[in-house]
Structures are given as structure tokens and as C-alpha cells.
Design a protein around this ligand. Structure first.
Ligand code: AGP
Length: 610
């Protein structure tokens, strides 16, 4: 998704903008640009490709300006090229605008503006917005009012920033559906799509809500509604450090985040497990525990990896908390007519807290009276703020597009929610203690698996040239099979599918030959023998097998070509362990293919558009 940064203060804005854009690269993009105001004019510099290409391009101009905006573009309308890159500008090049989102009625607006004599040089919806603002500037409105009037005509989503040569003392920003945060400094203020671009300058932030517009000066900011009503906004203190969002000596953010999972899991469960009583303590749910435990039904809505975590939670909650669970793709849920009532609890899982489909599903569930619970990583994100209640997973900033530590932290929080509900229902203190103890032991067990990184790398070496993969698992390991397949396909571009192992005979087994590597997630659980039968079926057809199995399983090494061993734990927590080798396998295959592991092609870290 696009990245937005802005600066106004006493320093040269240009290096600040470039650094901010670099901290937003993980969001995914294909071009970048900056816009600044100088005494004579408004200047725009943009390049297709990486922020570093833009940085090289502008280095020759020795730019120096106290106010500027920057943008990384993830193309929605118009191919990735210099003309379509942001900032976009009005005919006189006195007004510069950057935009994250989609203007759905841009064709109608473009026609109306053409009728007013405007011409367009790009294929973007954003250029329509610039000229619409310009149309109101020419009616003697000031920048803020021109932006308000223009946005009142817009249908769709936006996070925008605008600077105007005739009003060089401010940046005007507005949001609807795409995140925008104000960074409050000393004699300087910043704006960004997310806090990762602000944290090097300030930890004091103000989150804009939908339909809010703000004038950002170097020493103050004024927030209003689109209807020009002034608002009092709370300045919040953000968590995290600059160290947490840099690579810390690792070659890629993804490897750093895989390797820090013992720590991130500790952070997710810190202060939340009461071992002696076999209980979970989740401050965010206080006041809602009985309503959640009394739900007639729990629905889980999410996308991608978060949806896989929801599938694991379905098994957890139905096994221990005695409540029926349905897991929904948020993108489907939001456009169906889901039958909901106040007796339903809907859990929204989202690392970024900004996924458009998940946010829309949340608003739909709220409209229908269900209790909405957010399980989110980014503090202060929109889904976290829109939910009635919720639990932060505290995995820390996840920069790599492929979600790893957030997934295991989601599972930790979902297991704690399961424990909390179950202990209000039929789970005994003895059973509760067993689950609590098993959760507390996870960080050490994850570290034990990570210590096999080199073994997994050797296995990966054998499969770099594969063109297809199958991932198979049963029960709790079926969602892990889906997650392992997603990890591989999204960073190595190898086609991979996850299936319930039993489904093989219903079609997929036709794919098996010596060119089809098959990953079996095969812990020694209640269905292990059935998985072994599936392994035999694949072997008999020449399939090459990688098996993830328990440390104490000595037999499987004679059965399959490659085994990766993991410690044992209770079945509901095994996904936290069995997913680790699959994260490493995908990572090493992608690295050996020389691919951009942290910013895979076509992908974004946070999908804030439909
Ligand atoms: C997973 O590796 C991907 N990055 C993607 O599937 C992601 O999980 C999905 O877009 C949901 O994002 P969210 O958790 O921020 O809502």
C-alpha cells in the first residue's frame, strides 16, 4: 500500500522525507516522490523504482526546504511510472498532493473538471483530486477549505497530504479509510501513514479518524471534521524503539522477525498467564468476558495469514470452550448478508489493524449488533480503535511483508482467549494449569527449533528449482499447511497449495510425481497414523517428501527423505511450533532464488484498499 510522509519545521525536510519513505518501504510500492515548497515555487521530484533511486536522483539538486511531503506509490490506477508517481500537481504547479486510497468516482469528477477546462497528464485518480482542490482554490478558498470542499465530492478512500505555495506555513491532511498519523515534535511536526516513519523523531502521536482534516503548522495543529467543526484530539505515546524497526544485523527483516519469535511470544503472554489458577488475564477484555463466554456463536474474520490463525482458533475454541465457531474471509463476509445478533461475538484478527476488508467486515458486524473483538498488533490502528474491545498481540513492529512473528503471537493470544473462556465454562483448574504451563514453555521450544536453521537451509537447497509444492496436515495442522503454502508462494513465487491431508484422494494426488515436493506436518497426535498412510500414498507415486515431526519420532526418518524435528506440546499449541520450520523453509528458498524477501513483488504489508 502507498506510504505517506510529511515534515514542517526548522530543519531541511528532504532527508527526513527520504528516511521516512525508507521506513515505509515494507508497505510495498513501485515508485516514489517528494514535493517541497521553496521561496520561488513548489518543486516535485519523482522516480519509478526504489526510494534509493529517488534519493540518488535528487542528491544532485542540493534541495533545502522547511516543508515537504513524500510518497511511495502502490499502483491502483495507472501503471507504475514517473508520470503516475506522486506528488501530483495543479496546472500552475503551486499545489502538490499525495494520496493513499482509491477515489471511486474519479471518472465522473474527471469529466466535470475537463468541462471546466482542466487537462490531465497522468492516468491516476489522485490527479483528479489535485485539480478538484485547485478548482476550489480558484474560488478564493484557503487550502484547508478547498480540501474540505473537494473531499465532500469524493467517494472512496483516502489518506492525503497537500502543500500550497501561497500558504507555505502548513501541510493540510485528511483521512477516510487510509491511515494517517500526526507526529508531534518540538517546533516541528510530521505526518505519516504509520508510526514506523515517525518514531525516529517523536513518540507523541495523534491518530486521525475517518472524515477528519487537519492543518499542520510547525508549532501546532488544528483538527476539524469535514464540516469544519474543530476537534480536541488526544496526543498518545507510542511503544517501540527505532532499534525494533531496523534490521539489527540480519540480512532481512523477515529473518530477524522469525528469529525474534521467542522474545515476541514472551511479550505476547507477559502478565497474561495465571499458572496457579490455570487462568488467562486479558485486560482488554475486562467487562466483556462473560458476554464472550456466553456467546451463542463466535465468528472469526480476517485475511491471509491472520485468517489461518483464525482457523487454528476454531479448533481451539470448539475443543475447549464449547462454543461453535465459524471462520470467514473478511472480503466475503463484508459483502454477504451475514445473519448476526447481539448473542454473537465476532473476532477480527489483523496484524496491521488497517486491512480494508477486515475493517469493512468489522463495521458491518457492528451495524448488526454483534460484539466485535479485535486481535491486533499495531497499537492505535483503526481496527483496534473501531472494535468494542480487544487484545493487542504485542509482537512488535513487523516489517517483512510475509507475516511470521505476528502469526505465532496471534496464536498465543487466541489460545489465551480460549483459556479465559473455557475456564468460565467447563474447563477444570487442572486442565487450565496444563494449558497455561504449555503456553509458558513455548518460547524455549521455539528457540530449540530456530537452532536448526542451518538444517532447514540445507533442506531448502534441494528444492530451490521446484515449481509447485503441496503442504498437507490434519486437524490443528491443516491451517499450518495453508500458512506454510502461503509463506512459500508469497516470497518465492513458487506455486504452493495447502490441503487437509485426507483430501489427497479427492483429486490432488493426481499431481504427485517426482517433480512435486510434498510437505507433511506430522506431529505425533491423534491422527498421526492417518498422516503416515498419506505419506505412504505419496511415496508410492514418487513424491519427494519433507516431514515436520516430533523430536521423539525415530521412525519417520526411515520413511521420508527430509525430516525437520520439533519439540512436543499439547495439540492446540503445536501450530506455534510446526509453523517455524515452514517459515524458515520459505525464507531460505526465496533467498536462494535471489528474490526480494522483505518486499515481494505485487504485495503490500497492509492491504488498505479493496
Ligand atoms: C501474510 O504473510 C501476508 N502478509 C498477508 O496475507 C496478510 O496476512 C494479510 O494481508 C492480512 O493482513 P493483516 O493481518 O494486517 O490484516
Amino acid at each position: 500500500m502507498c506510504g505517506i510522509v510529511g515534515y514542517i519545521g526548522n530543519k531541511n525536510s528532504v532527508p527526513i522525507l527520504i528516511d521516512g519513505l525508507k521506513r515505509l518501504e515494507y508497505r510495498g510500492y513501485d515508485s516514489a516522490g517528494v514535493g517541497i515548497l521553496s521561496n520561488e515555487s513548489a518543486e516535485v521530484y519523482k522516480k519509478e523504482g526504489k526510494v534509493s533511486d529517488l534519493e540518488s536522483h535528487i542528491s544532485e539538486f542540493k534541495l533545502n526546504s522547511k516543508v515537504g511531503i513524500g510518497h511511495t506509490r502502490w499502483a491502483t490506477h495507472g501503471i507504475p511510472n514517473e508520470v503516475n508517481a506522486h506528488p501530483h500537481f495543479n496546472p500552475e504547479k503551486t499545489l502538490l498532493v499525495i494520496h493513499n486510497g482509491i477515489i471511486e468516482n474519479y471518472t465522473v469528477l474527471k469529466k466535470n473538471l475537463r468541462d471546466e477546462g482542466y487537462e490531465f497528464i497522468s492516468d491516476t485518480d489522485t490527479e483528479v483530486l489535485v485539480n478538484l482542490i485547485d478548482f476550489y482554490l480558484k474560488k478564493e478558498l484557503n487550502l484547508c477549505n478547498a480540501v474540505r470542499f473537494a473531499l465532500s465530492k469524493v467517494e472512496g478512500t483516502y489518506g492525503i497530504a497537500a502543500i500550497y505555495k501561497n500558504e507555505p506555513d502548513k501541510i493540510v491532511v485528511a483521512r477516510k479509510g487510509s491511515p494517517l498519523v500526526i507526529g508531534v515534535g518540538e517546533e516541528e511536526n510530521l505526518i505519516a501513514s504509520d508510526v514506523n516513519a515517525l518514531i525516529a523523531h517523536t513518540k507523541r502521536v495523534v491518530y486521525l479518524e475517518d472524515n477528519e482534516v487537519a492543518e499542520i503548522y510547525k508549532d501546532r495543529f488544528i483538527v476539524k471534521t469535514l464540516n469544519d467543526e474543530k476537534l480536541q484530539k488526544h496526543i498518545e505515546e507510542i511503544e517501540g524503539s527505532i532499534e525494533e524497526i531496523t534490521k539489527g544485523g540480519f540480512p532481512h527483516f523477515m529473518l530477524k522477525e522469525i528469529m525474534e519469535q521467542p522474545e515476541s511470544i514472551k511479550n505476547s503472554l507477559r502478565g497474561r498467564v495465571i499458572l496457579k489458577d490455570g487462568l488467562a488475564k486479558l485486560g482488554g477484555l475486562i467487562g466483556y468476558e462473560d458476554r464472550i463466554a456466553g456467546s451463542k456463536r463466535i465468528i472469526i474474520c480476517a485475511c491471509g495469514t491472520s485468517w489461518h490463525a483464525g482457523l487454528v482458533a476454531e479448533y481451539m475454541i470448539e475443543q475447549y470452550a464449547d462454543i461453535p465457531v465459524e471462520v470467514e474471509y473478511a472480503s466475503e463476509f463484508r459483502y454477504r448478508n451475514p445473519i448476526l445478533s447481539k448473542d454473537d461475538t465476532v473476532i477480527f484478527i489483523s496484524q496491521s489493524g488497517e486491512t480494508a476488508d477486515t475493517l469493512a467486515a468489522l463495521k458491518e458486524a457492528k451495524r448488526k449488533g454483534a460484539l466485535c473483538v479485535g486481535v491486533v498488533n499495531v497499537v492505535g490502528s483503526t481496527i483496534a480503535r473501531e472494535s468494542h474491545t480487544g487484545v493487542y498481540i504485542h509482537a512488535g513492529p513487523e516489517i517483512g511483508v510475509a507475516s511470521t512473528k505476528a502469526f505465532t503471537s496471534q496464536l498465543i493470544v487466541l489460545s489465551l482467549i480460549t483459556l479465559l473462556i473455557a475456564r468460565k465454562k467447563n474447563l477444570s483448574v487442572v486442565e487450565g494449569r496444563e494449558i497455561a504451563q504449555a503456553i509458558l514453555e513455548l518460547p524455549e521450544k521455539v528457540q530449540e527449533i530456530l537452532n536448526q536453521n542451518e538444517l532447514v537451509e540445507k533442506v531448502a537447497e534441494k528444492f530451490v528449482d521446484a515449481h509447485n509444492f503441496l503442504y498437507l496436515g490434519r486437524g490443528y495442522q491443516f491451517p499450518v499447511a495453508l500458512e506454510g503454502a502461503l509463506k512459500l508462494k508469497e516470497i518465492s513465487y513458487i506455486h504452493a497449495e495447502g490441503y487437509p491431508a485426507a483430501e489427497m484422494k479427492h483429486g490432488p494426488i493426481a499431481l504427485i510425481d517426482e517433480n512435486m515436493p510434498v510437505v507433511f506436518i506430522a506431529p505425533t497426535d491423534s491422527v498421526y497414523e492417518k498422516v503416515v498412510s498419506n505419506i505412504e500414498e505419496v511415496k508410492a507415486r514418487g513424491g519427494r517428501i519433507i516431514a515436520v515431526a516430533n523430536n521423539d519420532n525415530g521412525k519417520i526418518d526411515d520413511l521420508v527423505e527430509n525430516t525437520i524435528k520439533v519439540p512436543s506440546t499439547i495439540p492446540m499449541l503445536m501450530p506455534v511450533l510446526t509453523v517455524i520450520p515452514l517459515q524458515l523453509l520459505a525464507y531460505h528458498i526465496a533467498v536462494k532464488k535471489g528474490l526480494n524477501v522483505d518486499q515481494p513483488r505485487n504485495l503490500a504489508k497492509s492491504v488498505t484498499v479493496e
